[in-house]
Ligand binder design. Structure first.
Ligand code: UTP
Length: 332
């Protein structure tokens, strides 16, 4: 089966990190987030072809994937980020006019889910998760028999929301021809939301063409699109992996779970919990918790929590020396 992974967005909510590194290469739990998606697809032997729809900094994604996996990926460039629907449509040439099923996975979302079970369905299937407050999400409305009737984007209140089942970014579609036709319909008729072609508008069009769609519960939905959700996903991965480390670090304490990469120097520090430290980092006299440090970071004399620190960054708090008179006050 062909799998489409759109990764052409700018990742504005994760700036400044995404100005120099594509979002899907940001590190979480010791690996770029895209690693986990591809690894599962390859291990589960689900994909005959994996199509990456790339854009801004797309060359870096290609360089990473071609080096990390023994798999022949298809890369298609979305020349302008005109929305998820448009990005999916860019994959059409790879389908060579054959009507076949396809799986769409958002590149910035990890799923702890049985994909093999999901794709066994006789109908198209949309991944959903029950949420407390549906107002921030796209939700589905179903008929009495469990088929999706309609998609509602960001319902104004809990009371008027047709359900609390939010769309999570995992779609198994039985008929790619119908999908591409519906995408062409919304593009031809300029059906946009905030100037972008949405996949959900095409899905709704598919339903109007009698395409049956059901939902599939995805409890392990790990969004990586914002700093706080990236850190939450980092916590989830580290907790699940629950690995201990053999190396001893001088005069330092490790509070698990953590990930510590290769060639990392730690002295006089407390690391963890829920902290990822990548390769070649140097840490001294510091406390670091709930954070992600990319490669080559250097930290001295700092107390760091809930932080994402990019490659090669340096944090060094100088020790101050003062001669402070009676009743003086300094705040640092
Ligand atoms: P998002 O809208 O969440 O990602 O799209 P974004 O645009 O990169 O991030 P923000 O909103 O600016 O912070 C979900 C997925 O769809 C891809 C994105 O790369 C992401 O993996 N996408 C989105 C495209 O490939 N093309 C688009 O035009 C839009």
């Amino acid at each position: 089966m062909k799998v489409i992974i759109p990764v052409a967005g700018f990742g504005t909510r994760l700036r400044p990190h995404t100005l120099t590194k594509p979002k899907v290469l940001l590190n979480v739990g010791g690996k770029p987030m895209i690693y986990y998606i591809i690894d599962q697809l390859i291990k589960d032997k689900i994909a005959s072809s994996i199509i990456l729809v790339t854009g801004f900094l797309g060359d870096k994604i290609k360089e990473y994937l071609d080096g990390a996996f023994d798999f022949k990926f298809d890369y298609i460039v979305q020349d302008e980020a005109k929305g998820l629907g448009h990005a999916v449509h860019c994959a059409k040439p790879v389908f060579k006019n054959k009507n076949e099923d396809c799986l769409i996975i958002l590149g910035d979302t990890l799923f702890d889910v049985d994909l093999k079970k999901m794709i066994k369905s006789n109908d198209s299937v949309i991944g959903v998760k029950k949420v407390e407050d549906p107002r921030r999400f796209g939700v589905v409305e179903k008929d009495g028999t469990g088929y999706i009737k309609r998609f509602v984007e960001k319902p104004a209140s809990k009371d008027i929301s047709p359900s609390n089942e939010a769309i999570v970014g995992l779609y198994y579609l039985k008929n790619s021809n119908v999908m591409f036709n519906s995408l062409e319909y919304i593009m031809k008729n300029k059906i946009t939301v905030k100037g972008e072609f949405q996949l959900t508008d095409a899905l709704e069009n598919m339903i109007s063409k009698k395409e049956n769609m059901k939902t599939f519960n995805v409890n392990g939905w790990l969004d990586c699109g914002k700093p706080e959700t990236l850190l939450e996903t980092n916590r989830y991965i580290l907790q699940k992996r629950n690995k201990t480390i053999k190396t001893e670090y001088p005069n330092s304490k490790i509070i698990y779970p953590v990930h510590i990469g290769k060639n990392v120097q730690i002295t006089d520090s407390i690391i963890g919990p829920f902290t990822t430290i990548n390769n070649n980092c140097t840490i001294s006299k510091s406390i670091i918790s709930n954070s992600i440090l990319d490669n080559d970071v250097s930290i001295e004399n700092a107390n760091i929590d809930e932080s994402i620190i990019g490659e090669g960054a340096v944090i060094k708090r100088e020790v101050i020396k003062v001669s402070l008179g009676n009743n003086s006050e300094i705040k640092i």
